[in-house]
Design a protein around this ligand. Structure first.
Ligand code: HEM
Length: 207
């Protein structure tokens, strides 16, 4: 028999789907800043031009510094919600998670028959969903260090100076893109029922 089971709270779904366009805008405007002038990691000229990014520094900064607020506020509300609702228990890895995540990986690669038992999220999901939030915090902190390096001099110092803070800020972005590719790949692989649950909140369960 089939029945519907509650999976994701409304608040989680809102935070999740609001985050998606916000992060996209942050990455896009970050690219406008980074490649306003192709002095860093010189891309092939055709690629740089095809992206329509050259010489749009002011525009990129305006978007970046406006939307960072929404990105930060949405992330903060998500974290507060997970703590207050107790959802964090489903998300934060424990001391078995690393070993189990390895088994999940082997299972996903069809190198192991059985997946380890799990509750809402498997160990690999717990690690990556927690890591992505920690990355968000670091993006905001490294961003502050390079946005106001004088006022936040202590933050700049903590990250090992301005160039290092910039370095972390950039590579965190590359990390989001990598997360996104794997995350969406996994969602496609897992199927419609799982995806739909992140939209309408319930999942169809076969008994
Ligand atoms: C097209 C883009 C995206 C799709 C289709 C998508 C889809 C999903 C789905 C279906 C789940 C539930 C997984 C499950 O129940 O097993 C999920 C969870 C999650 N996704 Fe995404 N996602 C997208 C973008 C993102 C982005 C950009 C981020 C962050 C950078 C993100 C972070 C998360 C997190 C942290 C969770 C766990 C949420 C919780 O339960 O508190 N997702 N996503």
């Amino acid at each position: 028999m089939k029945r519907l089971e509650r999976k994701h709270a409304l608040a989680i779904r809102w935070f999740h789907w609001i985050n998606f366009p916000l992060l996209a805008i942050m990455i896009w405007s970050g690219t406008l800043i980074y490649w306003a002038n192709a002095v860093y990691l010189k891309p092939p000229q055709w690629f740089w031009k095809a992206l329509h990014v050259p010489y749009r520094l002011a525009e990129g900064m305006a978007f970046h510094f406006a939307f960072m607020w929404l990105f930060g506020i949405n992330g903060l509300l998500y974290v507060i919600y997970t703590i207050v609702s107790g959802e964090w228990r489903e998300l934060v890895p424990d001391r078995r998670s690393l070993a189990e995540a390895w088994q999940v990986l082997l299972h996903d690669l069809h190198l192991r028959k059985e997946a380890p038992p799990q509750k809402k999220y498997n160990a690999a999901q717990k690690i990556s969903y927690t890591l992505i939030i920690v990355m968000g915090v670091f993006s905001l902190l490294t961003g502050m260090a390079i946005y106001k390096p004088v006022q936040f001099g202590w933050l700049r110092w903590l990250f090992g100076g301005y160039p290092m803070a910039r370095f972390f800020h950039f590579w965190l972005t590359v990390g989001y893109v990598a997360f996104f590719v794997i995350h969406v790949g996994q969602v496609i692989k897992t199927g419609w029922n799982n995806f739909r649950a992140m939209v309408i909140g319930v999942e169809v369960v076969n008994e």
